[in-house]
Design a protein. Structure first.
Length: 752
């Protein structure tokens, strides 16, 4: 105290210079209050104010010196200062949070969710994990989610996932509360999600709130990100990978209390190969937009997504002749309004629109098909805490118009347009702790569903009720037992048999009307979760799912195409199914070495007609090991190991030669015809894959360059995708077609 007083007197008598500026977080650009600032080797110093600003008085006698900036949880920063002619220098400093501090914040937030959620804490993927984990060509949300417990898939060639036995079409994907109808690029090989636009992604597989009653299996809830209001000027990201290049820019608009973020991405291999006179007739692009405005207690978030894929195969000799033309895409627009009240109430309005469309042309006239699906969504809910309760009630409206047309030159002509469906919903949910160690959450909803078309008689009107009940009993502060049950409905199903098979990744959706009631499933879950230590989290959950009513597209030969009404009434067949299994997760959240180990046991089957069979995504045993580590010199390494038993498939029991009766004197060889066995009764060999990555951040002032090198399938494991027969051999030889081989890739991300 006396020393500081003496220094102040000396400054007053000797004169002084000053260093001033602002200190902020290097990543979020938010100001840092109460940062300690000191001239190295002296007792002269100051601290930043609550907005991160500081002014440091320096005696004239000190011309060259180092300033040290320090704050708990952040790496120390040093700046060399030299006074020449000027007596005032402005120095803004970006401080970088230490890894352990970041992890500690994540763990604290998860502990709070553990205490507040009445079911197993939903699994979420942070943007940090998306950037560091090994990737296929470039970081991809869906290929990271496939490593979570309860998630299985059928091959490397698709980002479609199955959750606890449900089909890929039974997952509802939401972007800022608005459904995305087809979340894939490159025929399913790459997902539609640009990691630079995502703030957080959460997979809801159990304890799903009652407001979500539009899918049988799971909800993938994705939130786009904005820009911190405290950022000064323009900030952004430039990314480059072997697949695509991207640009993200954002900035606050202080005068309007608003911030915006724009993201754009495009494949560029078609342009690059064109320089070498090689034609690649495919590309995709996508983009995100996010704006956030605060006015008093109101927050308005306007966001959107647009993506498109193009395939255009032309005749080599005459480019005006189109062999195959195929384009598909999605557009989403969302507006979310939030208003907070002093009594802990929160009012939320959401409205938006989603569109999926596709167009296929083969030889311009041989085969033409197109489809357009729109979804208009509106909802409002209000939640409030009082007397130990947290009550939420809301209403929602979902309007879907459909158009679909298909024309095959060989006589097949089908057009199905001017059909629409409407789903109105009201619900209420309450979470309450009747005693200290018990947390309950229950909810009910009532849905009015109506489908109609002006041309054919396929109308349907009905009312459906849904319920949810979840419980959590806290054995201790770090251990709890959970249960959850509920019923679920789905009001659209995918077609596909008339477009290259039912597994084709670009769905056209069929509204359920006429004799087709919505699909129904019941979920039953029992589990436990908690922490062994501050660093280790675990969860264990068993489940049983009963599918009371399922629908699937018939094969084309079993559909009557006499007219649109008959076509619709014969296009779907009904069945039922079940799934049961166990999901286990052990996750290390903190430390230089982090990661998770997950295991899933799954048994699922479906029954249509007289046949019961395992579904295509029935991988009985699934083991995933994820590893993240920080090495000296600030290198990050990652690895992910996947092992699973093989998917089921239908094998050929026998084959024979067949000559068509109409051509008895044809001298060409007769065709081979295969007789198939029972559906999905044999399995492919076990699946094994190891991916690795290494990444490092290089700093250039307040900017940074992220370098990431990944190797997909580093062991070059030859995992079987399917079997085929080589009929050039006599007898024909069964051969495997393998999934993706070893694929190295490099990503560069520059942040400014």
């Amino acid at each position: 105290m006396i020393g500081n007083l003496v220094l102040s007197i000396l400054f007053a008598t000797m004169g002084s210079n000053e260093v001033k500026g602002r200190v902020y977080d290097a990543y979020s650009k938010e100001p840092l209050p109460f940062v300690n600032i000191i001239i190295k080797g002296t007792g002269i110093g100051t601290v930043t104010d609550d907005k991160g600003f500081y002014t440091l008085q320096v005696p004239d006698s000190i011309e060259n010196f180092d300033i040290v900036y320090s704050m708990m949880g952040y790496k120390k920063a040093e700046k060399r200062i030299r006074f020449d002619k000027e007596n005032s220098i402005t120095v803004n400093i970006a401080m970088r949070m230490e890894t352990l501090k970041i992890q500690g914040i994540i763990v604290s937030a998860k502990r709070e969710r553990f205490k507040e959620s009445a079911s197993i804490t939903p699994t979420s993927i942070s943007q940090k994990e998306l950037k560091l984990l090994p990737s296929f060509i470039e970081s991809d949300l869906m290929r990271t989610i496939e490593m979570l417990p309860g998630v299985t898939k059928s091959s490397d060639f698709s980002t479609d996932i199955s959750v606890r036995g449900g089909g890929p079409d039974q997952n509802q994907v939401l972007i800022d509360d608005i459904p995305l109808l087809n979340p894939s690029h490159l025929f399913g090989l790459v997902s539609a999600f640009n990691v630079n636009a995502i703030r957080n992604a959460e997979l809801l597989a159990s304890g799903i709130p009652v407001k979500h009653d539009a899918s049988l299996s799971s909800v993938l809830d994705i939130k786009t990100r904005g820009v911190g209001q405290e950022i000064k000027g323009l900030t952004g990201v430039v990314s480059l990978s072997p697949l695509s290049s991207g640009l993200t820019i954002g900035s606050p608009i202080q005068s309007l209390n608003t911030n915006f973020l724009l993201t754009a991405r495009r494949t560029y291999m078609d342009k690059l190969l064109a320089l070498f006179h090689t034609d690649l007739p495919y590309y995709f692009y996508d983009g995100y937009m996010h704006t956030e405005t605060r006015i008093g207690d109101w927050t308005a978030i306007l966001s959107g997504y647009m993506g498109k894929d193009f395939l255009d195969v032309r005749d080599e000799d005459n480019s005006s002749i189109k062999i195959v033309g195929f384009d598909w895409g999605n557009r989403v627009g969302a507006l979310n309004l939030f208003h907070s009240f002093a009594d802990d109430g929160l009012l939320h309005f959401s409205t938006g629109w989603s569109n999926h469309n596709f167009n296929i042309r083969i030889m311009d006239t041989l085969f033409i098909t197109s489809g357009t699906i729109n979804v208009g969504t509106f909802g409002v809910d209000y939640s409030r805490k009082f007397a130990g309760h947290k009550i939420t009630f809301g209403i929602g409206e979902n309007y879907r118009p459909f158009d679909y047309e298909s024309n095959l030159q060989m006589g097949y002509n089908y057009k199905y347009d001017d059909i629409w469906s409407n789903r109105g919903m009201m619900y209420i949910e309450d979470q309450y702790a009747p005693v200290k160690k018990l947390l309950l959450r229950g909810g009910v909803s009532l849905t009015h569903y109506h489908s109609e078309t002006a041309k054919v008689n396929v109308c349907n009107t009905d009312v459906f009720g849904a319920y949810r009940l979840a419980t959590k009993y806290f054995i201790s502060d770090v251990l709890a037992v959970t249960t959850s049950i509920g019923n679920f409905h789905q009001y659209v199903v995918p077609g596909g048999s008339v477009i290259m098979g039912s597994s084709f990744p670009v769905y056209y959706w069929i509204p359920l009307g006429g004799q087709y009631d919505p699909e129904v499933a019941h979920h039953f879950n029992l589990g436990c979760e908690g922490w062994f230590t501050d660093k280790f989290y675990f969860s264990l959950e068993t489940y049983y799912r009963k599918y009371n009513h399922l629908l699937q597209m018939r094969d084309l030969e079993n559909i009557d195409i006499e007219n649109e009404e008959v076509y619709y009434k014969t296009m779907l067949e009904s069945g039922y199914g079940k799934a049961y299994g166990l999901d286990a997760l052990l996750k290390k959240e903190m430390g230089r070495f982090r990661g998770w180990l997950s295991y899933t046991f799954l048994n699922t089957d479906a029954t249509f007609g007289d046949y019961t069979y395992p579904t295509e995504w029935d991988r009985r045993h699934n083991l995933h090991l994820m590893f993240l580590g920080t090495l000296p010199k600030s290198w990050d390494v990652g690895a992910q190991l996947t092992f699973s038993t093989g998917n089921p498939y239908t094998s050929a029991l026998a084959r024979f030669r067949y000559r068509r009766p109409s051509l008895p004197y044809d001298d060409t060889d007769p065709l081979w015809v295969e007789l198939e066995g029972k559906k999905n009764q044999v399995r492919y060999p076990p699946y094994l894959r190891l991916d690795i990555s290494s990444s490092k951040v290089f700093y250039f002032g307040n900017n940074e360059l992220d370098l990431k090198v990944s190797v997909f399938n580093v062991l070059n494991r030859r995992n079987v995708f399917f079997y085929y027969y080589d009929y050039d051999k006599e007898p024909p030889v069964k051969k495997p077609f393998y999934m993706l081989p070893i694929i190295p890739s490099i990503e560069l991300v520059y942040r400014f």
